[in-house]
Design a protein around this ligand. Structure first.
Ligand SMILES: [Zn+2]
Ligand SMILES: [Zn+2]
Length: 136
């Protein structure tokens, strides 16, 4: 991340195989870990989401990018070649979220909390150092 008074922060990221590369030219909020059943199903385990303004997203390479309509409210972006989960995009807001593990450098992003703790899997403990919410 590079930041000064005249320039927005810039983040680069992508999937494992390189068929999706992107830049986010703006602020990325602190990330939130989600323990819900759907996230654990989609990612194989707990996932994490960091919100940003969707107009700050620049797709440098998107031939692998596919959007999966999760529900009438939400799309999930992933690479069809290597399966990397990349984005979560509510249909009706100006925000979307990136899965922070796909960023090349995470800059100052921290984990703000963990949500849907009541739905967590019984095969792992919660981290007591991270603020816990039973729902979102
Ligand atoms: Zn890929
Ligand atoms: Zn979830």
């Amino acid at each position: 991340m590079a930041q000064n008074s005249t320039q927005k922060p810039t983040y680069q990221g992508g999937c494992h195989c390189g068929s999706v590369r992107f830049e986010i030219n703006g602020t990325i909020n602190d990330t939130v870990m989600c323990h819900c059943n759907l996230c654990r199903k989609l990612h194989g385990h707990v996932s994490s989401y960091a919100r940003f303004d969707r107009q700050d997203l620049e797709l440098v390479r998107d031939d692998g990018l596919r959007w999966y309509r999760l529900s009438e409210k939400t799309d999930r972006g992933f690479c069809k070649e290597c399966g990397t989960g990349l984005f979560w995009r509510p249909v009706r807001t100006e925000h979307m979220a990136v899965m922070p593990g796909t960023l090349d450098q995470t800059g100052g992003i921290r984990t703000a909390g963990q949500i849907f703790c009541a739905d967590k899997g019984d095969y792992y403990p919660l981290d007591p150092a991270i603020r816990q919410l039973d729902q979102s």
